[in-house]
Design a protein. Structure first.
Length: 499
C-alpha cells in the first residue's frame, strides 16, 4: 500500500509516531494509501527546520525569492495534470474540477511572483527639520497553514506562496484525507530551488494541529475549514499570542428577482450548487426566489440538474464525482431524508444514487428541496454536499432580511436586470463577497477572499493585499541626520562650510 510521508527540511521524512490514517478512493470506497500522522515531537522538528531556514530566508533579497517563485510557477504549470490526478484519486472530484482548482491556486503563485511592488514601503521627507519617516513591512518568521480536504492544492497555494514571498518560512498541515497533492507541491518547490526548510509539510490530526497552535516559534496561523473548528483555531492560537486568520463555513444565498433571466439564473444555480459535488465553501446552497417566479425557476433548475452525469472523476464523461468519505455521504443524505418532515417539497432526492461498477463508492445524487423553512435543518446547517434549498419571499426587502439574518456571511449573489437593485444589494447585504449575476464571486488573486460574521475569525482576509499584510508586520522608522556641512572640524566630507 502506498504511504505518504512528511516533508521536512527539504526531504521526505518517514513518520515516526507509529500512527497512520487511511486515505480512500471515494469512487471505489477502497483504502489506497496510508498517511503518517505526526506526533508533537515531529511537529517540533518541522518548526525547528522552518526556524533555522528563516535565519537566511528572512533576509534574502526579493530578487532571489521571486526568481524561485517564477521557476516554481513554471513547474506547477507543467505538472497541472499530475496534481489534478492526485486530487481526483483522493478527493474524488472530476478531472476538470481538479484542473480548475490548480488554475486558481496558480493565480496566487503569480501574485507572489510580483510581490516586489506590494512590499514597497512609504517615505515622508522633512516632516521636521532634517527628519524623515519611513514605513516598511517585514516578515513574521515561522508561519503555519492548516488546510481542508475540499481543495487540497488550491487552499495551500492561497497561503504558502505569499508567505514565503514575504520572507517567512512555512509549515503546512494539509487534510489527512487527501494529503498527496500537498507533498507534490512541496517537492516541486524544492525542484524550483526553494532552500531546505522554507516549506515543510506535516500530516496529522488534532495532535498536530494543537502542537502548531501552541508552539512558541510559530508566529501566525492560517486556517480554512468549518466554523466550529475556525472558532477553535482562532481562540486557541490567539490565546497563545499568534496572529490568526481562520476562514469558516458558509450558507451562500442567491437572490433571484422577478426581472432576472431565469434560464441564466437556473444555469448558475446548478453549476454553483452542484459543482465539485457541493463540497466548497463558496457553493450556492440556498436560492431565494422573489415573487411569482419560484415555480418556473425550480422547474428550470430541476430540468438541468437531472442531466448532470455522475461518475468517477477519472471518466471524462463525468460532471460530478463522489463525496470524500462514506460518513460524510451519509450525513449529507440525512438532510434530504429528513426534509419532508420539516415541511420541504422534495423535488429531487439523490440519496439512492449508485454508479454501475462502483457500488462501494461514496455516491450521492443531486437533491433539490423547495419551499424550505428557515427553521429547517437543511437551511440552517452548512451541508457541504450537492443539496440545493429554495426559499420563497414576496419582496426584495424580505429576501435581503432573510439573507442578513443568517449567521454566515461568506458569499452571496443577486440575479437581476436592474442596476439600481443590484447597487442596493451590494451595499445592503451582510457578506464579504458579492456577485451580481455571478453565482460564485471568488475574487481574483489580487483582491482578497473572506467573509463576515461566522464565516471569518480574525481581521484579515486571505491572499491579495490582506494576505500580504497578514504575513508581514509594519515598522515605522524616524530618522534625523545632521547636515554634512556641520561635520566636526578636521573631518572633510567634501562639503563647503556653512560658517
Amino acid at each position: 500500500m502506498k504511504t505518504v510521508s512528511h516533508w521536512i527540511g527539504g526531504k521526505s521524512v518517514e513518520g515516526a509516531s507509529g500512527n497512520w490514517g487511511p486515505v480512500t478512493d471515494p469512487a471505489t470506497g477502497a483504502v489506497t494509501t496510508q498517511v503518517a500522522l505526526a506526533s508533537a515531537e515531529e511537529v517540533d522538528t518541522a518548526v525547528a527546520a522552518a526556524k533555522a531556514a528563516y535565519a537566511t530566508w528572512g533576509t534574502s533579497s526579493l530578487a532571489q525569492r521571486t526568481s524561485i517563485l517564477f521557476r516554481y510557477r513554471a513547474l506547477l504549470d507543467a505538472r497541472r495534470d499530475d496534481i489534478a490526478a492526485l486530487i481526483t484519486a483522493e478527493h474524488g472530484k472530476v478531472h476538470s474540477d481538479a484542473l480548475g482548482e490548480v488554475a486558481r491556486g496558480l493565480e496566487i503563485v503569480e501574485l507572489a511572483c510580483g510581490i516586489t511592488t506590494q512590499l514597497k514601503g512609504e517615505l515622508s521627507t522633512q516632516v521636521s527639520s532634517r527628519v524623515d519617516v519611513a514605513a516598511i513591512r517585514q516578515p513574521l518568521g515561522v508561519v503555519a497553514g492548516i488546510t481542508p480536504f475540499n481543495f487540497p492544492a488550491m487552499v495551500p497555494m492561497w497561503m504558502f506562496p505569499l508567505a514565503i514571498a514575504c520572507g517567512n518560512t512555512f509549515v503546512l498541515k494539509p487534510s489527512e484525507k487527501d494529503p498527496s497533492a500537498a507533498v507534490l507541491l512541496a517537492e516541486l518547490a524544492a525542484e524550483a530551488g526553494l532552500p531546505d526548510g522554507v516549506l515543510n509539510v506535516v500530516h496529522g490530526d488534532k495532535v498536530a494541529v494543537d502542537s502548531l497552535l501552541a508552539h512558541p516559534d510559530v508566529a501566525a496561523v492560517s486556517f480554512v475549514g468549518s466554523t466550529p473548528i475556525a472558532r477553535y483555531i482562532h481562540t486557541t492560537a490567539s490565546a497563545n499570542g499568534k496572529r490568526v486568520q481562520a476562514l469558516g463555513g458558509a450558507k451562500n444565498h442567491m437572490l433571484v428577482l422577478p426581472d432576472a433571466d431565469l434560464d441564466a439564473a437556473a444555469d448558475a444555480a446548478v453549476s454553483a450548487a452542484y459543482g465539485s459535488a457541493g463540497e466548497r465553501c463558496m457553493a450556492i446552497s440556498a436560492v431565494v426566489a422573489v415573487g411569482a417566479i419560484g415555480d418556473d425557476l425550480v422547474a428550470k433548475i430541476r430540468e438541468r440538474a437531472e442531466k448532470i452525469v455522475i461518475g468517477p472523476g477519472t471518466d471524462p464523461a463525468s460532471e460530478m464525482g463522489p463525496l470524500i468519505t462514506k460518513a460524510h455521504r451519509d450525513k449529507v443524505a440525512s438532510y434530504v431524508t429528513g426534509a419532508a418532515a420539516q415541511g420541504a417539497d422534495v423535488v429531487l432526492d439523490g440519496t439512492g444514487h449508485t454508479v454501475d461498477g462502483y457500488e462501494d463508492g461514496h455516491w450521492i445524487g443531486l437533491s433539490l428541496l423547495d419551499k424550505v423553512s428557515t427553521d429547517a435543518d437543511a437551511y440552517r446547517d452548512e451541508i457541504f454536499g450537492p443539496v440545493l434549498v429554495v426559499l420563497r419571499t414576496e419582496t426584495y426587502e424580505e429576501g435581503v432580511a432573510l439573507i442578513n439574518s443568517s449567521p454566515f456571511g461568506n458569499g452571496t449573489a443577486i440575479f437581476t436586470r436592474d442596476g439600481g437593485a443590484a447597487r442596493r444589494f451590494q451595499l445592503e447585504i451582510e457578506a464579504g463577497m458579492v456577485g451580481v449575476n455571478v453565482p460564485i464571486p471568488v475574487p481574483v488573486g489580487y483582491h482578497s477572499f473572506g467573509g463576515w460574521k461566522d464565516s471569518l475569525f480574525g481581521d484579515h482576509h486571505i491572499y491579495g493585499n490582506d494576505g500580504v499584510h497578514f504575513y508581514t508586520r509594519g515598522k515605522v522608522v524616524t530618522t534625523r541626520w545632521p547636515d554634512p556641512a556641520d561635520a566636526p572640524t578636521g573631518v572633510d566630507l567634501g562639503f563647503p562650510r556653512n560658517h
